[in-house]
Design a protein around this ligand. Structure first.
Ligand code: ATP
Ligand code: MG
Length: 233
């Protein structure tokens, strides 16, 4: 355990998820268990198809399991109604995707402000400008996503994932679509911006270099979560 205060931020209990393929259930998660502590940055490794995205989607409440539970702090996100889960996610979880997922019809500023407006948060503009400055895009507020490079889009997406000050940040291969230099810049942002913001971070990655920057490494294999911290030291 490499926890800051010993409190569990994300608890995964006996989690199972099947997809139906060719009429038969295909087990992706089989009674998976893990605890992630407040303030930790944890890497989620595993071969392509092992279920990393599936697990992140279950933790964020974007998807629901067949069995088992995910708790965020004291709240079982898996037992919430759809509406409650949406509101909970909007308030407590930030998500960074491999393909950025910015809204193409909104400019940089509008992409960030959206979640604050949905959450009825005040001082939205000040908060957005402050964060966009920190990711080096303070002069690009009016730019639309298609006029930005991949690395720039991901920096906007990172600012968007942090703008509502979530306790949990989930990232699904956040550099999976970027060249090596740009990837390094994004990983540096994890150290200089994301970690100091104090939340708990779980990131799926194929990069061992990135995983080594984390406090712990988990591996998804055969539907289970294994703690492999130290395996590659
Ligand atoms: N909506 C779906 N319907 C059917 N099967 C799915 C669905 N989503 C995922 N799967 C299957 O579940 C398995 C796990 O997929 P997942 O995307 O979670 O893997 P991953 O570890 O994130 O892989 P990668 O490293 O390539 O991103 C795969 O076999 C995939 O085909
Ligand atoms: Mg994936």
């Amino acid at each position: 355990m490499n926890s800051v205060n010993g409190n569990i931020a994300i608890s995964i209990k006996n989690l199972s998820k099947n997809y139906i393929e060719g009429g038969k259930p295909h087990a992706i998660l089989r009674c998976a268990n893990a605890d992630i502590y407040e303030g930790e940055m944890v890497a989620l490794l595993g071969r392509s198809g092992s279920g990393k995205s599936t697990l992140l989607n279950l933790i964020s409440g974007l998807d629901t399991p067949d069995e088992g539970d995910v708790s965020i702090g004291a709240e079982k996100i898996t037992q919430m109604s759809d509406e409650h889960r949406t509101l909970f996610r909007r308030e407590h979880i930030g998500f960074v995707y491999q393909f950025f997922n910015l809204i193409p019809t909104l400019n940089v500023m509008e992409n960030l402000k959206l979640i604050l407006e949905l959450n009825d948060q005040e001082n939205a503009k000040v908060r957005c400008v402050e964060l966009l400055d920190k990711v080096g895009l303070g002069t690009r507020l009016d730019t639309y996503p298609d006029a930005l490079s991949g690395g720039e889009q991901q920096r906007v997406a990172i600012a968007r994932a942090l703008v509502h000050k979530p306790g949990i940040l989930l990232a699904d291969e956040p550099t999976g679509n970027l060249d090596e230099t740009t990837s390094d810049e994004i990983w540096d942002l994890f150290d200089t911006l994301i970690r100091p913001s104090g939340g708990t971070i779980l990131l799926a990655t194929h990069s061992l270099t990135a995983a080594k920057r984390c406090d712990r490494m988990l591996e998804l294999k055969d539907g289970k979560i294994h703690d492999i911290t130290g395996k590659y030291d």
